[in-house]
Ligand binder design. Structure first.
Ligand code: SF4
Length: 381
């Protein structure tokens, strides 16, 4: 079983914190969709005939696609790939695009899961982030989605937002509002100030201070407590769901399943290599028109594979299986890191049960650091 990811690199406006690949000029959109359909056919051997169990349209802003553009993509998938009967089809949408007509078009095209980029229900915060939608649109879109019959709904929220007024009180209000809408799934991300963004420029000029680590940790705990106490399962550091509503697509990434990424800046993974498509809309279109998928290839070494497994598995509630590391890579993590693991266990940062390491509450605050400390060096196994 495998997944397909589409990168739709267009947005109405640039959010001040975003460093994904996108353009606010949509003149190439329909041409790019045609070339995505062509890329599907050029790459049809990549997944070696494995049935597609998840499809994810991300970006950028896939909710900018018209019914006709969705139809082009889905008919190319049907033509070139075997698709599982219970395929999960997720589309990332922004609240300002979700009117009843658009939602019906998505449903008719086959979309059965929405990931809505709400980020905040606070008008001031939305303006500060330069989001294209209003608080009223954020509030109305989940209801509208339910009415359309797309009932598997995830919403994205952001915390650790720098700037005045982005305090715990605002965050708590946001969480209360989010919970009142009863989404099946909530992704809550800590904002990182990235260099090549408006926030990054402001920070370099001293106009913006990133949120202190302590405050960020407090906000993470606040999110974790509010959501888990309301019945959401904390199944990955940034992801919470009601029982049975995990994102199947993202879970596949974290479990190391194969996927093909299509479009500018999309990545693909087949267990042995990663491919990175060019992050340029114009050059992508030109190359696909010439029958060539423009990507860079990275051969994964054993160390890469172990480190990727450590990084992703430690962020999940199923954890890092030491038997798997031994069987797959002949790597004995426990004996290589005895003093460090003893220290983590003594500090109640991790739990070791059935030869599987999972992070405890305090460890979740340090997930990436703990994984990095356990990484293997090139000649270490
Ligand atoms: S809509 Fe999404 S992809 Fe587009 S700029 Fe904002 S955060 Fe980035």
């Amino acid at each position: 079983m495998a997944g397909l990811y589409f990168h739709i690199p267009f947005c109405k406006q640039a959010c001040h914190y975003c460093d994904f690949h996108f353009s606010t000029n949509q003149t190439l959109k329909s041409e790019l969709v045609n070339q995505l359909a062509t890329e599907l056919s050029l790459q049809k051997e990549y997944l070696q005939g494995e049935p597609i169990e998840t499809i994810y349209l991300g970006g950028g802003t896939p909710s900018l696609l018209t019914a006709h553009e969705l139809e082009i993509l889905f008919s190319s998938i049907q033509k070139n790939y075997p698709v599982a009967d219970d395929v999960e089809i997720t589309l990332e949408a922004n609240p300002d695009d979700l009117n009843s007509q658009k939602l019906n078009e998505m449903k008719t095209a086959g979309v059965n899961r929405l990931s809505i980029g709400i980020q905040s229900f606070d008008e001031n915060v939305l303006r500060f982030l330069n989001r294209a939608h209003t608080a009223t649109e954020a509030l109305g879109c989940v209801d509208a989605a339910h009415k359309s019959g797309i009932n598997n709904i995830s919403i994205d929220l952001i915390y650790s937002i720098p700037g005045p007024g982005q305090d715990e009180e605002t965050l708590l209000k946001n969480l209360t509002t989010a919970l009142s809408l009863h989404p099946n799934h909530i992704s809550a991300y800590s904002l990182t100030v990235e260099e090549k963004t408006v926030f990054g420029q402001w920070a370099s000029k001293g106009k913006l201070m990133a949120v202190e680590e302590d405050q960020s940790a407090r906000q993470f705990e606040l999110v974790m407590d509010a959501l888990t106490q309301s019945g959401y399962q904390h199944y990955e550091i940034s992801n919470y769901c009601l029982l049975g509503f995990q994102s199947r697509h993202n879970t596949s990434y974290w479990k190391g399943k194969k996927y093909l990424g299509l479009g500018p800046s999309a990545h693909s993974y087949n267990g042995e290599t990663r491919q990175f498509n060019i992050s340029n809309n114009h050059l992508y279109i030109k190359s696909i028109k010439n029958g060539v998928v423009p990507f860079e290839l990275e051969e994964l070494t054993t160390e890469n594979k172990i480190n990727e497994y450590l990084f992703t598995s430690l962020r999940t509630n199923w954890g890092c299986d030491l038997n798997y590391l031994k069987e797959q890579f002949d790597y004995d993590l426990a004996s290589q890191n005895k003093p460090y693991l003893t220290q983590l266990l003594a500090g109640n940062l991790i739990e070791l049960r059935d030869n599987t390491i999972t992070l405890m509450r305090a460890g979740k605050l340090l997930a990436d650091r703990i994984a990095a400390d356990l990484f293997v060096e090139a000649d270490n196994n």
